[in-house]
Structures are given as structure tokens and as C-alpha cells.
Ligand binder design. Structure first.
Ligand SMILES: Cc1ncc(COP(=O)(O)O)c(C=O)c1O
Length: 403
């Protein structure tokens, strides 16, 4: 490998040991580690500047409000959204999808169709199922091919004037497939459907431009892109958000309240009921600043090299790779022949190697591949070739222990 980004130095956790070994962190699809700048910013705010937002006339409150506003602005620019009004703070991708399922769902009627794909995380399945139960809509699922890519012909066939919303992951958390988002959006728009993208896995790997994509909604979680847990973003086109009723109601999202009725605040606050996750919003703003310092083209090239190396080396072992081998993010899902995934994960953990084992919140996708669980190694730009070697060494130990 020619380039080594050598970014581990920015992430304190990555310089610790685990069970007597250097930590090899390969569970980035579950959550990413946080750079020093994010940790320090959050700690500084809580120890020196803590105050609530939007209410106080005093300095601390005004500063907190300004910092949250700045964070929203950075996210707008990061996604290339047309306006700050289009950036709604939520708890994470799950809440963002639920918000759309409830609120946009209020505009749907019995018989309307929602189209998802076989690749989806439970967070992009269950909210739509529940919407269908509430309103009599119909959930359709576009299949994938055996090699883990969306079957575009089948996708096209499932689109019709009845399709009111298409929701799909930008990148599959389970097998790494990168969906042809622009093409899918164009096809969905041809039948007049709105499009939601679950970007939980994409923002840390790809440069996302919501105007270029022309999606109606885009969701991501802070903790999967170097920020804290408990904060995420729903991007929505302003005109559409204006038409949608509020999701949750209460303080902060209102303009006036009487016992008879209430009127709601302007966007984005119409969708932000209650005291927001202030320090998390500020931490996410710092994570965005960190990502802005990175060259995403370089990151993609580097991660592809890690991926190729991992796939090549795993290919030499007695394992079965699950899902695509190309047009994918640096996520490798596999089973070790004859050994339960949980046993593999436990032995790797003894070596200080953190991987995810299980169904990765994609039970229908596991069923598609006729497995109950896989081992998933998900890489990030701060991983390096040594981490791939450590994984391979760990897997050889699994064989030694378990035959
Ligand atoms: C593709 C995808 N969608 C949605 C989610 C849910 O994200 P969160 O748990 O942060 O709400 C995840 C988390 O693993 C994910 O990978």
C-alpha cells in the first residue's frame, strides 16, 4: 500500500490496548471512534460553558444557542442543503426515519405504496411496516442479486404511480453495497415518488451532496461519523417539510399555545420538540469540521485498498464472503466455515480485535443469504494494513482453537 493516512494519532481510543494487545477496531459500521477535537470540544463546553439554548438572556445560553446554530450551518454546508431550515436535529438515523414515516405518512392514504430494498437495516423496514398498518399503505421490497447488488430491473418494475415513497440505504451496513442512488432517485422521480436515503453508513465514506442527488430526505447518525451518540440529522426539502405535520409536540416547537389550540414554530424548530441534545449537537459540529479537513477522494481510494487487501487475504482462508466484492464500501461480511460467528468474535476479542458478529439488524438480508449471522469487519480511514494482518492472524487462531 503506497498511502498510509496515519490518522490513528487523532483518535485516543485507537492508541489503547485491549486484553493485552493493541486495540484493532474493526466495528466502524456500528459506531466510529471520536477524534480528540470532538472530545475536547464537548468536555470544554460542559466544564466551562454549559447552558441551555433558545431561552436565556444570559451569556451562557446565548453562547450555547450560537454554537448549536453554527453546527446546523456546518451541516447544511457539509450536505450542500439549500437552507439551514432543511436540517433537523434528531437522535439518530432511526429517529429520522420514524419522523418521516409518521409525519410524511400522515399525507398518505390506503393503497399508497412504499418501496424499500432487501438490503435495509431494520430501522428502514419497521417504521414503514408500522406506517402500513396505521394507514393501509403497501410495503414493496426490491430484491438484490446473488452478488449483493440491487436488481435494478426489478426495482424499475416495482415503481408505479402508486409509489409514494422510496426509501433505501446509500450503503448497506451489513455487506457494504453502494447503491446507485442517483439512478434510483431519477427512476423514482419519474413516477412522482418522494425519496428518502438512509445515509447512516455513507457520510463517513462518501462526499454527500443532497442537491446533486435530488433526494427529498437524507438521514444520518452523529456517532457513525466521528461525533457523539444521541444526535443525528434529518435533511428534508423545505417545501416538503412545510407540508408535513409535526412529529413530536411540546416546548420549543411552538409559536403560541392556549388550552384550545397551538401554532407551530417555523422550520426547523417545528420538528425539534423539547430541549435539544446541546453538547451532542456541538460535538457533531466539531466532527463535521474534522471531516471537512479530510480529502474524501483520498479516503475512498485508501479504504478501497484496505478492502481489496482484506478480501484477498480472507479469500485465502476457509471462509465464505457474503455480498458484493465490488462497488462497495470497506465492509467485509463473512462466515468461517463450520464455526459459529459468535465463537469467532469471542476469539478475536481475546486478541484485542473488535468485529461485529450477528445479523447486523438486517435479518431479512441474512435470510436471503441463508445464514443466521456473519462476522463483519468494517474499516475506516484510520485503519491500516496492520489491522488487516491482525484480523487474518486472529482468524488463523480461530482455526487452531476450533479446528
Ligand atoms: C444503514 C443503517 N441504517 C440505520 C441505522 C440506525 O442508526 P442509529 O442506531 O444510529 O439510529 C444503522 C445503524 O447501524 C445503519 O447502519
Amino acid at each position: 500500500m503506497t498511502t498510509m493516512l496515519n490518522k490513528k494519532v487523532d483518535f485516543p481510543v485507537l492508541n489503547t490496548t485491549m486484553r493485552g494487545n493493541d486495540l484493532v477496531y474493526l466495528d466502524n459500521a456500528a459506531t466510529t471512534q471520536k477524534p480528540k477535537s470532538v472530545l475536547e470540544t464537548m468536555n470544554h463546553f460542559l466544564t466551562k460553558e454549559n447552558g441551555t439554548v433558545n431561552r436565556g438572556v444570559y451569556f451562557l445560553s446565548q453562547e450555547a444557542t450560537k454554537k448549536c446554530d453554527d453546527s446546523r450551518k456546518s451541516i447544511q454546508l457539509f450536505l450542500n442543503a439549500a437552507s439551514e431550515k432543511e436540517i433537523i436535529f434528531v437522535k439518530g438515523t432511526t429517529e429520522a426515519i420514524n419522523l418521516v414515516a409518521y409525519s410524511y405518512g400522515e399525507l398518505l392514504k390506503a393503497g399508497d405504496e412504499i418501496l424499500i430494498t432487501e438490503l435495509e437495516h431494520h430501522a428502514n423496514i419497521v417504521p414503514w411496516q408500522q406506517l402500513c398498518l396505521r394507514r393501509g399503505c403497501i410495503l414493496k421490497v426490491a430484491p438484490i442479486t446473488d452478488d449483493g447488488h440491487l436488481d435494478l430491473n426489478e426495482f424499475k418494475k416495482l415503481l408505479s404511480s402508486k409509489t409514494k415513497l422510496v426509501s433505501f440505504c446509500h450503503i448497506s451496513n451489513s455487506i457494504g453495497t453502494i447503491n446507485p442512488a442517483k439512478e434510483m432517485i431519477k427512476l423514482a422521480k419519474e413516477v412522482g415518488a418522494k425519496v428518502m436515503i438512509d445515509g447512516a453508513q455513507a457520510v463517513s465514506h462518501l462526499k454527500v451532496d443532497v442537491q446533486d442527488l435530488d433526494c427529498d430526505f437524507y438521514a444520518f447518525s452523529g456517532h457513525k461519523c466521528f461525533g457523539p451518540t444521541g444526535i443525528g440529522v434529518l435533511y428534508g426539502k423545505e417545501a416538503l417539510l412545510e407540508k408535513m405535520p409535526p412529529f413530536m409536540t411540546g416546548g420549543d416547537m411552538i409559536e403560541t399555545v392556549s388550552f384550545q389550540s397551538s401554532s407551530f414554530a417555523e422550520l426547523p424548530r417545528k420538528f425539534e420538540a423539547g430541549t435539544p441534545a446541546i453538547v451532542e449537537i456541538i460535538g457533531l459540529g466539531e466532527a463535521i469540521k474534522y471531516m471537512n479537513s479530510l480529502d474524501f477522494t483520498e479516503i475512498q481510494e485508501y479504504e478501497q485498498k484496505l478492502l481489496n487487501l482484506a478480501q484477498e487475504k480472507l479469500g485465502e482462508l476457509d471462509v465464505r464472503l457474503i455480498g458484493p466484492t465490488h462497488t462497495k464500501a470497506a465492509i467485509v461480511s463473512f462466515v468461517v466455515n463450520g464455526v459459529h460467528a459468535h465463537d469467532v468474535g469471542t476469539i478475536l476479542d481475546m486478541e484485542g480485535i473488535a468485529v461485529r458478529v450477528g445479523h447486523h439488524c438486517t435479518q431479512p438480508l441474512m435470510k436471503r443469504y441463508k445464514v443466521s449471522s456473519t462476522i463483519r469487519a468494517s474499516f475506516c480511514f484510520y485503519n491500516n494494513m496492520d489491522d488487516v494482518d491482525a484480523l487474518v492472524r486472529g482468524l488463523k487462531k480461530v482455526r487452531e482453537f476450533l479446528g
